[in-house]
Design a protein around this ligand. Sequence first.
Ligand SMILES: [Zn+2]
Length: 83
Amino acid sequence: MHELAESTVGVESFPSFTKPARLRWESIPADIRQRLLSNVWCGHCRFETTITSFSGTIKGGDLLLVGKCAECHGDVARVIEGS
Ligand SMILES: [Zn+2]
């Protein structure tokens, strides 16, 4: 019910993650997280770009990141499959 508001507590730069999404995200090593964020395919730019202003949700058991392309500010998304 209040998972968005709750998830802002103690979360530096991921205020728009749902709680389960944040837990999943934080279980990923930081260097891999960085890599996941910096090689997101942008269909507008037609190359891999960095996702910014992203939010996280769990969709079908996978972690779904939705945000903006750092280059063109178009919508980009990345699915991180659950293990
Ligand atoms: Zn782009």
